[in-house]
Ligand binder design. Structure first.
Ligand SMILES: [Zn+2]
Length: 161
């Protein structure tokens, strides 16, 4: 069983659906990330997709681009099932092929507060936080442990963030 620390990112991602990301198959499955609204990109030519969640509270970087709570790549994403409206998908954490790929795994450390040191934007009609980092730093140590692992994503549209 792969050991991962649970990252509860509900309070820092956009509310609107509850998404759960687990590592491992069936009985060995371990809950890894809980968050609000998730983005999953279209596949590139190699079937690689990016799974990511934007930060909540309208957080942006200094250029007014939405900030991200986490971002990592998967391959072979498939629809698994729907149960009472909850959609489940399965995939594998993409294996890095170059040093550049290692940099794609942007997952925060447990307890990290991305709002720490943020400022409030006063240029926009609705004030929002400007965070110091557009995405978390790469987590190469965790990526080395999780690369190639089975990942299971459930989207629950009934439950808030
Ligand atoms: Zn602004």
């Amino acid at each position: 069983m792969t050991k991962v620390e649970h990252l509860d990112l509900k309070d820092i991602t956009r509310p609107g659906a509850r998404c759960t990301i687990s590592i491992g198959k069936n009985q060995s499955r371990v809950k890894w990330i809980t968050c609000g609204l998730l983005d999953i990109s279209s596949p590139d030519d190699y079937g690689r997709r990016t799974v990511a969640a934007r930060m909540g509270r309208g957080a942006t970087d200094v250029e007014e681009d939405s900030a991200w709570a986490f971002s990592f790549d998967v391959i072979a994403l498939e629809f698994e099932s729907m149960w009472n409206g909850d959609a489940s998908y399965k995939a594998y954490i993409a294996i890095p092929h170059s040093d550049w790929d290692y940099d794609s795994f942007k997952v925060p450390l447990p307890g990290h507060d991305p709002f720490e040191g943020s400022e409030t934007c006063t240029r926009c009609s609705e004030p929002h936080p400007i965070v110091q980092k557009y995405v978390p730093d790469s987590n190469i140590e965790l990526y080395k442990r999780l690369a190639g692992q089975y990942v299971y994503i459930t989207v629950n549209p009934h439950e808030e963030g």
